[in-house]
Structures are given as C-alpha cells and as structure tokens.
Design a protein around this ligand. Sequence first.
Ligand code: TEU
Ligand code: CA
Length: 587
Amino acid sequence: QPDRPWWKSTVVYQVYPRSFSDSNGDGIGDIPGITARLDHLAALGVDVLWLSPAYASPQDDNGYDISDYQAIDPTFGTLADLDELIAQARARGIRIVMDLVVNHTSDEHAWFEQSRSSKDNPKRDWYWWRPAREGHEPGTEGAEPTNWGSFFSGSAWQWDEATGEYYLHLFSRKQPDLNWENPQVREAVYAMMRWWLERGVAGFRMDVINLISKQVGPNGELTDGAPRADGWGNGFPQFVDGPRIHEFLAEMHREVFDAYPETTFFTVGETPGTTLEQARLYSAPERRELNMVFQFEHVDIDHGPGGKFDPQPLDLPALKANLARWQEGLAGTGWGSLYWNNHDQPRIVSRWGDETHRVASAKTLGTILHLMQGTPFVYQGEEIGMTNAHFTDLSQYRDLEALNYAADAERLGIDYDSLIAGLAANSRDNARTPVAWDAGPNAGFTTGEPWIGMTPGWEEVNAQAALADPGSVFHHYRRLIALRHGEPIEGFDGDVSPLVIDGTFALLAAAHPALWAYTRTLGERRLLVVANCSSETIEVHLDTDLDGISPWSAAALVLASHAQPAVPDDAGTLSLRPWESVVVRAE
Ligand code: TEU
Ligand code: CA
C-alpha cells in the first residue's frame, strides 16, 4: 500500500524519562539512560518513541510545566544527549516524537515572568489575566473571575498580588495558560516547533491541545460553569474543543508542517473530553489538522460521580460498545489512536485485567487493543505486564494531582481509607514507578535511591526475565507489533497486516459480560479475535455467540495467549480458560 500514510502501520512507544532508566545514579531517569536501552525498543519492534517532556522545568508536574522550550532540563541531560538519542534511535529505525506542551507554560518561563511584571508589559496579553469578580474583595474566596475548578483541585485562578489580578491555570498554579487569541503567542509556538523539526524530531504529541481555544466574549468575558462534585464550576464547555480550535490547528499545520513531506512527521493530539464528532474533524486528512487524537471516553468509563478517585467496577459491555463506536465512527473519515496506558493512567493489567492471571490478562488485553484499527501506543512497562504500584500510605505518593486531592479530601468528606483506596486505584503514580529492567537492586533502574518507590514484584516482573521467556507478555507484544508490520512470527508466517490496518471492524456478542470478540474484514479475508475477559472458564458457542462463524482448525491460528490454544469442538463450542484469547483467520 504505497499510498497509505506511514503512521497507519506504526506502533508508538512512550517513554516517561523520569521513570525509564537512570544513567548517573541520582535516582532519576535521564536521556543517556534512554539511549542505553534503545535495543529493548528495537527488540520490541516499535517505530516511534514518544518522549514525555525533558525540557527545562521546575518539575512541578514532572516536566509538563516548561520554563524553556528549547533547553533540556539538567536532570535529564543536555541537548547534545538528545541529539545522540535521536541519532541512535534513527540507527535502529526509530523516530523520536516530542511532547508539545503549549496550552500552558511554567510560571517560571521568561514569557510569564515578563507577563506578570506589569499590566503594560508587552507580554501581559500572552496569558489570561482578569480582575477580581465585581463586588468581591480581590484575593478572597468567591472573588475568582470565574468559578472554574482546576484539573488539580481548587480554583483555576491564581491571585497575583504584584499587579492585583488573577491568572488562569487549568492545571497547577505553576502552569499558567497561554492566550492563543494573541497571534504573537501562536507565532512563537510555531517558531519553536520548526526549531525542533529542524533538529531531527519526527513530530509531536500535543498535550491537552483541544483546550487552547477558550470561549471568550467580545469584551473578554469568560463564563461560569455548572457546579461539579468538588463545588467548583465545570469550565469544560468553555474550553474543550473551543470555538477557534480547528482554525488554530489548521494554521499550525500551514505554518509548521506544510514545509515538510507527509512522510517525515507525525502528530497526535491529546484531547480530554473530546467527542467522536470532533475527533473526526481533527483527524480528517483533507482538513490538514492532526493525524489522530487520544480520546478519553474509554479510560473515563469507570470513574464514579466523585471523579477518577471514586472508581467503579468495569462495565465490560459498555467498554466494548464505546470502543466499537469509535472504531466505526472514525473508519474511512479519520484515524484513531489505540491506548490502554500512559503516564496518567493506572496500569491496565491491574485496572481491567487480573493480577492473579497477570500474564494471560496482559496478553489478552494487548491483543484486543492492537488488532483494532488505529495506531497503537505502548507505555513503558506495559510490554512486560507491569502492575499498579500498590502504595498503601499517602507518603508514598509524588504526583501533585494526588497530593492536592489529598489536601482537599477532608473538605470533600472523604475519609483516609477511601482516599487511599481511590489513589491506589487511579493515581497517576501507578504508571510512574521505575521500569523494572532486571531482578537486581531497584530492578536495575538506578544505582541510587529512586525518586519514587518501586512497584513490588520486580524480582519476577522485569524486562530481562521477559526477554528470556518466549511465553512472556513482551514476546506477545512483539508478535502483535510484527503482525501489524506484516512480518512473520513464530507459528504463523502469513500476512494479516492489511486486515489489521485497513479491515472493517465488527463487534460480536456485544452484550456478553465476559467475552470480547470482533472481526476485521477486508474483501474475502477475515480476522477473528476471541477473548475471555474474566477469571473463570467460559463456553463460547460459535453459532449463537459468534454469528455462526464456522469452526477452525489449528492451521487457522494466528496468535494465542496460551501455549495450547483452545479450538472449538465438533459441536462448535469453544472453551476459553481465564483470560484466554485466540486470533484466527476466518476465511
Ligand atoms: O494531561 C491532561 C489530562 O487531561 C489528563 O490525562 C490528566 O492527567 C488528568 O485528567 C488529571 O486527572 C496532560 C498530561 O498528560 C499530564 O501529565 C499533565 O499533567 C497535564 O496534561 C498538564 O500538562
Ligand atoms: Ca539520572
């Protein structure tokens, strides 16, 4: 398929530098540490490395608060280290995609320091400054310009004594929002992006890019939101997929990417709260905005009325239906990303798999995701089936989201045990413990003291052990990636990549509470994925559950979670063990 965009057959691997690999014993992962581990990525077979922020930063939000977009934080190394990473990755056929965090900067960025210095500073309008609400004493409760709550607890507005106004921060108070209404801001961002592309990076993962356009009235008015569970207002309707977002992204494409051939860059927008309708617009190729976006509906599906720290049991049919809706909705008009994990989500095997069936559930969840249509993203450690952190005490947490929430818990009426249970389920720190490389001290991550506690169990769950075991999660992920690439794998040397990339998706047995089954069809060819998403054995009936798909023999098998894969009996019944999955050609 020579005319197919390259990123449709691509698999991306995300590195969160702080937690990946430490080269100098200070307990914090760094860029030379990544370079030293590139053979791990090459063995897995990924095409792109998305590097979470390594820019200069006070590290209030682990680098998502950037004080200089064109410098590397000394914690992570130097620009020369990054150049070396780019070169060493390229030598292995891996391209580097950088994180682009331009909804906000750090409050220690020179732009903000100038902006806050006086009301008539030329950069004043680069951020969102507003006076106190009329009739309220500035700086007191209720005087905030709007009632919007921040993503990280409390008001989204910070009172600034120096000039007697508030500035907007949708995230931490150390992450003031840039004012994209100002064309100088946009030009400065585009110039910075061009600088990175010239340096050899292959594109960007764009942090909360669908929040950059705020609904603002002719005289700069911003509007209150409906009250949310924590008492603050929900500003989402005022800034999620805002009024000028498509204009800004099309402009960015013209100003930055038009100068480069399509084969040289990759763009994915992180878009919390977006809808399928909007995602079609972002990713429709003829609109020239983004290649794809990260949707959030599926990862928010088990959040309760109290939010992410009020987790609910998974409703499997709802999850299946949601992903099926996105599969069908993007087919032919746009393109989607596929992910279970990133640095903001709990580990998938702990969340929707079963740690007592760790290997089988990690493999099966990987299979379900990777054989859908879209571009799969693998988050560091997912490929070896790492679990949640299992922290039991507040002192173990490092993430400001968790710590701010804990500080607010009493006001919210949440007792300590519920707090700890909520954080254990959904804290972002679950994904931020160090990657386990081997069975040695601190899993080979550092020779020093790691900046955050280790996930227990690395003596068994580590990359070295996984590479040595052909039945490991790692080798399963490697096979899934090879299948997408059309490369032969052990036990199957056919080519299903056209099906995996272009095949039409159809969900089977939608209402089944444990079975996740779907087909991908292209012309006469068909791929069938059948998975038991439960910890009990289930009986699947080919006629009633799988739309009368005819029985298959061992010869049709493409990939399986277990060494002796299930085959239907003469009556057309398939018995699947806990978390067992099989992938067959059903032609
Ligand atoms: O995340 C934005 C986002 O919407 C979430 O995934 C966020 O972590 C969650 O809603 C909080 O409950 C991005 C980054 O991925 C995240 O790490 C940053 O903290 C955030 O933007 C601010 O830059
Ligand atoms: Ca280090």
